[in-house]
Design a protein around this ligand. Structure first.
Ligand code: 5RP
Length: 225
């Protein structure tokens, strides 16, 4: 990743953590942008901030542990005050495609329990219409071939996500099919069709979920959408 992209992500994360207050319960996102938010929260905890958090992936959980961010099991959560997470694409209505890091199912469960859901991105993720980034779809390993055929009937080209020579396994032991649809004009409608396919555990559309999006630019500015 080039330095400019890293800087944009770091700047966006720095702005987002300004919303955090003492006593809050937080959701920790996954990916290279959420990484900077978790680092920032770790720094705040070191300086006396008192918060509790749940992580959206094993990877983020390990990072939070290293930084001494107090973690609680998701079973103890009714509502989260703030979740800060990244995205692969953000459209003009703040609909998102997520799941490039494979954590979409947990990310969506956490997002759905969140009062104020902040998305942080470098500005290259802002698009007019979603779809250039293939839609990640988490599927059950049992019968995945048939699920893949049903997905391709929706006019996309699905690809099994691989980790070396084996299918990539999510933290929930599912597979990911990355579905190239091209430009998507009706994400909510397509989300319903994808979700209707048996064997689909969750898709990477996050429709009407983001409360704000903080976009960072390499020059160090942030834009709040
Ligand atoms: C993981 C995600 C990530 O938030 C998304 O892929 C963005 O990642 P990054 O910040 O590394 O670009 O949805 O499942």
């Amino acid at each position: 990743m080039d330095n400019q992209a890293v800087n944009s992500k770091k700047i966006a994360a720095g702005k987002a953590i300004e919303y955090i207050r003492n006593g809050m319960t937080l959701g920790l996102g996954t990916g290279s942008t959420a990484y900077w938010a978790i680092q920032g929260i770790g720094e705040m905890v070191k300086h006396g901030l008192s918060v509790k958090a749940v992580a959206t992936s094993i990877q983020s959980e390990s990072l939070a542990r290293e930084l001494n961010i107090p973690l609680i099991p998701f079973s103890e959560v009714d509502r989260l005050d703030i979740t800060i997470d990244g995205a692969d694409e953000v459209d003009e209505k703040l609909n998102l495609i997520k799941g490039g890091g494979g954590a979409l199912l947990r990310e969506k469960i956490v997002a759905a329990a969140t009062r104020f859901y902040i998305i942080i991105v470098d500005e290259s993720k802002l698009v007019r219409h979603l779809g250039k980034f293939p839609l990640p779809v988490e599927v059950a390993p049992f019968g995945w071939e048939l699920t893949m055929r049903r997905l391709s009937e929706l006019n996309c080209t699905p690809r099994m996500r691989m980790a070396g020579d084996k299918p990539f396994l999510t933290d929930n032991q599912h597979y990911i099919l990355d579905c190239a649809f091209g430009e998507i004009l009706d994400p909510a409608g397509l989300h319903r069709k994808v979700s209707d396919i048996t064997g689909v555990m969750e898709d990477g559309f996050f429709i009407n979920m983001a409360d704000i999006v903080v976009a960072g630019s390499p020059g160090g500015e942030t834009r709040i959408l």
